[in-house]
Design a protein around this ligand. Structure first.
Ligand code: ADP
Ligand code: GLC
Length: 485
């Protein structure tokens, strides 16, 4: 089977969030089961800076861009998966992030940037670039690739398409004028097409036209069929329910392994936990907190946005910091949340340490050195940090939603007795429910033997990619069989 995996970010080349982790590791896991997998990505400046061996293999003309796009060929640094880059300096060679400028504002030409990327993917998949390779299935991810299934639906002979929703809140919405400027065929307009309340919706291209739709956890696949989580698309998702399923993300167990993580000073395993305490002391020191083994240390890593419930943490701080605990937080995101966290840290120098920024190394140290991990998300399609936490014996405190509900087992009388508990789960998205869960966690922490049992159970959970990759492979076969002419 020829698989083309289309994505707008992939670790270790370019990353804004979990999509990059998935795009870095799923194609590699697929390749172990099926030898012909290719990844296609925009040639952002940061990506070209990180690769030395690239060569131009084709050129593709697209509407709205003067020079033809160049197709570059290379390999993914860690996994050696074959890589195509869609190169157009006018679209992708800039300072800043993949979707936004250095000030954090969306690039004004995002519609053209990702429509052009999608058109190049369609040409590559259909073997119209002279490369002698035709896809059997194109696996698209998030709104940036949404036009691929839409454009392919117009072709008489086409590969099957799978569209994965990593986050339904980001939809790629632009005015009708963008639809005209992109010279998209008129028959794609309309409520049964790319139109969303008079706007152009990239994500609808995936949801309406793909042969199969997936999300990154079974619970999120259910949730998005309801108004509360559907972002206005729940009706359409109910309509396509027979083609919608959830496949839980795995994690890259080479990069996230406490026994050999190059970012952490002390390695440890479930059998030898001493290194974890050493990491805790190193983390406290690094963040300017008093190094103390006996005080429960909570970690938080992630995008500082409404989705992640960072405001709930901030609101709960008076209750949380009234207890003898420490918290370390790392992230970037909404300016007000960043500012509120920083302000709280200056008021509680000995209990709360905040690092605003992006640091892979510190993210690993926080996972390794913390006792508990805070992730009170309002919604969470899958979430990777709670899974990294489990692997590092850092027990997560999470809200019961999406992938958090699918990966963390709440410590209640029954699960504690059965030895299956791995964390602390609460239901309502409010500060008191979060603080209640933290209280429960602290009560458990006070019993070291019971705590260690939970840590070992958490560390023994299997979140490797093999299982999910074989589910995707089955789904690709199904999509090929179900493909509408
Ligand atoms: P999302 O994709 O919604 O942001 P995930 O939990 O799926 O959430 O993935 C987030 C990924 O990004 C994780 O690998 C996490 O470690 C990483 N990450 C997020 N913020 C930062 C940061 N400030 N520094 C380092 N890594 C970060
Ligand atoms: C999105 C989601 C996150 C998920 C990630 C990878 O960014 O917010 O929950 O883990 O995609 O699928």
């Amino acid at each position: 089977m020829h698989i083309l995996f289309a994505t707008s970010e992939a670790h270790p080349l370019i990353k804004t969030g979990g999509l990059a982790d998935v795009s870095g590791s799923l194609p590699a896991a697929l390749q172990k089961l099926n030898p012909d997998v290719r990844l296609v990505l925009p040639a952002y400046r940061a990506v070209l800076d990180r690769l030395d061996a690239v060569r131009v293999v084709a050129r593709v003309a697209v509407p709205g861009v003067k020079e033809p796009l160049r197709i570059l060929e290379s390999r993914m640094p860690d996994s050696d998966v074959a890589l195509w880059l869609v190169d157009a300096p006018v679209l992708f060679d800039r300072a800043g992030a993949p979707y936004s400028d250095p000030e954090g504002r969306d690039w004004p030409d995002n519609a053209l940037r990702f429509a052009s990327f999608c058109r190049a993917v369609v040409e590559l998949a259909s073997d119209r670039c002279g490369l002698g390779w035709r896809a059997d299935v194109v696996h698209c991810n998030d709104w940036q690739t949404g036009l691929v299934p839409a454009l392919l639906s117009l072709e008489a002979e086409r590969p099957a398409t799978v569209f994965t929703i990593h986050n339904l809140a980001y939809q790629g919405l632009f005015g009708r004028e963008a639809f005209d400027a992109l010279r998209l065929p008129e028959r794609l307009w309309g409520i049964d097409g790319l139109e969303f309340y008079d706007n152009l919706s990239f994500i609808k291209g995936g949801i309406v036209y793909a042969d199969h739709i997936t999300t990154v956890s079974p619970t999120y696949a259910e949730e998005i069929r309801c108004a509360e989580y559907g972002n206005g698309l729940d009706g359409l998702l109910r309509h396509r329910a027979d083609r919608l399923s959830g496949i839980l993300n795995g994690v890259d167990t080479d990069s996230w392994d406490p026994a050999q993580d190059p970012y952490i000073p002390h390695h440890f395993t479930a059998a030898k936990l001493a290194g974890k305490t050493q990491n805790k002391l190193a983390l406290q020191k690094r963040m300017g907190l008093t190094p103390r083994d006996d005080i429960p240390l909570f970690g938080l890593v992630g995008r500082l946005v409404h989705q992640k419930g960072v405001d709930l943490v901030i609101e709960a701080l008076p209750r949380l910091l009234a207890r003898e605990i420490q918290i370390v937080a790392l992230g970037t995101g909404e300016r007000e949340l960043e500012a509120a966290l920083k302000a709280a840290a200056t008021r509680h120098l000995d209990q709360l340490a905040v690092h605003i920024g992006y640091s892979e190394e510190l993210a690993h140290l926080i996972e390794a050195g913390s006792d508990l991990f805070l992730m009170p998300s309002r919604y969470e399609p899958c979430g990777l940090n709670q899974i990294y936490s489990l692997r590092y014996g850092t027990l997560p405190v999470v809200r019961r939603t999406g992938g958090l509900a699918d990966t963390v087992v709440d410590a209640d009388a029954k699960t504690l007795r059965a030895g299956t508990a791995t964390g602390f789960v609460f239901d309502r998205p409010d500060a008191d429910s979060l603080a209640d869960a933290v209280e429960r966690a602290l009560a458990q922490y006070a019993d070291p033997a019971a705590w260690q049992t939970m840590m070992r159970t958490a560390m023994a959970q299997d979140f490797t990619w093999e299982h999910s990759a074989s589910q995707y492979l089955d789904l690709y076969r199904q999509a090929i069989a179900d493909r509408n002419p």
